[in-house]
Design a protein around this ligand. Structure first.
Ligand SMILES: [Zn+2]
Length: 149
C-alpha cells in the first residue's frame, strides 16, 4: 500500500474569562471582548508561537448569577438559525414534491399531437402557475443575509 503525506491542522479550543459590569448581556459581551483584546488573549508567547497559531475571537458566553444569559458563538446562534432555515426548506421541498406529484399523468390526460411520437399530458394553466409559484419561494430565493456574519 502506497502512502502519501498529509498536511493536517489540529484545531484547539481555548477561552479566557472576565467579570464585567454592564447594562445588558450584549454590552457585557462587548466589554469582555475588549478586555480580552487589551489583555492580548489569544496571543502566545514566543516559544509557544513556534508550534501553535491562534485565530480571532469567535464568541462570548455570558453568565449572570450562574445562569447562561447569552452565547454569541457560532455554535449557538448560527446553528439554531441554520436549523430553522433547514426546517423551513424541508417543509417547502415537501410541498413542492407533493405539488409536482399531482401532475396529470393518467391515460385520461394523454394526448397525441401531430409531429410528436411521444404522448403529451395536459395540465391546466392554473396548475402550472401554482407549481411555478411554489418554485418562486424555493431554496434559490432564500435570503443569503440570513446565513450569517
Ligand atoms: Zn507559551
Amino acid at each position: 500500500m502506497s502512502t502519501q503525506k498529509y498536511d493536517c491542522t489540529v484545531l484547539i479550543d481555548a477561552s479566557t474569562s472576565f467579570i464585567v459590569e454592564a447594562g445588558s448581556p450584549e454590552e457585557a459581551a462587548e466589554k469582555a471582548e475588549l478586555l480580552a483584546a487589551e489583555a492580548g488573549a489569544g496571543s502566545l508567547c514566543h516559544q509557544c508561537s513556534d508550534h501553535t497559531e491562534t485565530g480571532d475571537f469567535y464568541g462570548v458566553m455570558v453568565y449572570c448569577d450562574g445562569a447562561d444569559v447569552l452565547d454569541t458563538s457560532y455554535q449557538s446562534g448560527q446553528i439554531s438559525k441554520l436549523e430553522l432555515e433547514r426546517d423551513q426548506l424541508k417543509a417547502k421541498l415537501a410541498e413542492l414534491i407533493s405539488a409536482v406529484r399531482s401532475i396529470n399523468y393518467s391515460p385520461a390526460h394523454k394526448v397525441m399531437v401531430i409531429g410528436d411520437d411521444e404522448p403529451q399530458y395536459r395540465q391546466r394553466k392554473e396548475w402550472i402557475e401554482w407549481v411555478l409559484e411554489l418554485c418562486d419561494v424555493g431554496p434559490h430565493k432564500v435570503d443569503s443575509k440570513e446565513c450569517g456574519a
